[in-house]
Design a protein around this ligand. Structure first.
Ligand code: GLP
Length: 245
């Protein structure tokens, strides 16, 4: 686990964009794992700028997003489909058929859709570089604190903590879907490399427990400490509880 601490959130996100640009330079046909949430937005902004400057080409890239809410229309601006379209996809030259987000149609408990998503990741050759944010409770993707780690893509019941945290994107807390479909911890651990960005004081406790706590499914991100290639990019606030080095 490599940890880099920057003065500002902007700088931490810029570093993530560098890592993604380097990945695409090294391997233009990379399979990228993408994340939503407010944290990675500046990283996507930088990647769009690199693309517009002719420095980064997405024409041979394949993407798999971590998660999506259940029971939400993709046209709904709060859906992760719409978020990705707005913050990355429509600005770069990704092929439409190379973009993947999980989805669990009504009536599907996630079993069949989850297996299909896992098979699509495998058919693409696995994920080269996965971008992650982190929830205040240590969740990654939508893998909530639980008694056991999850394996493949599955439907989850969102915790009240996550519903409250994500309510800012919706008109009211009642509008936040109660379920989501998410890659599992097994999917994330299978990625060749992982970049996690955490910014702001509200993430400091989760980062402390991820970096220094025991591996514990109640802090889902803690499993990353045994992944062979994880880079954690923090601003000062998210790093504020880490012991001084
Ligand atoms: C959601 C997403 C996560 C994201 C988290 C934190 O729950 N499913 O992938 O990491 O929010 O979001 P933010 O970056 O807005 O704090």
């Amino acid at each position: 686990m490599q940890i880099h601490i920057y003065e500002t959130a902007e700088q931490a996100c810029r570093a993530a964009a560098f890592l993604f640009a380097a990945q695409l330079t090294r391997k233009p046909e990379s399979v990228l794992g993408l994340a939503t949430g407010s944290t990675p937005v500046p990283c996507y902004r930088d990647l769009i700028a690199y693309h517009q400057q002719g420095l980064v080409d997405f024409s041979r890239v394949t993407t798999f997003n971590l998660d999506e809410y259940c029971g939400i229309d993709y046209q709904n601006p709060c859906s992760y489909h719409a978020f990705m379209e707005e913050n990355l996809f429509r600005h770069v030259n990704l092929r439409a058929e190379a973009i993947h987000l999980p989805d669990a149609p009504r009536g599907d408990d996630g079993g069949a859709s989850g297996r299909a998503y896992d098979a699509a990741i495998e058919a693409a050759g696995g994920i080269d570089l996965q971008l992650l944010g982190i929830g205040r409770n240590g969740h990654i993707g939508f893998n909530e604190p639980a008694d056991a780690f999850t394996y493949g893509t599955h439907v989850v019941n969102l915790s009240q903590n996550t519903i409250d945290a994500n309510a800012r994107f919706f008109d009211s807390v009642d509008d936040v879907p109660r379920q989501a479909i998410s890659m599992g911890i097994g999917n994330i651990m299978a990625c060749r490399s992982v970049v996690l960005i955490a910014t702001g004081e509200s993430k400091a406790e989760a980062i402390l427990r991820t970096v220094h706590g025991p591996i514990d499914p109640h802090v889902p991100a803690s499993i990353l400490s045994v992944h062979p290639s994880v880079t954690i990019l923090l601003d000062r606030e998210a790093a504020s509880l880490l012991p001084a080095r």
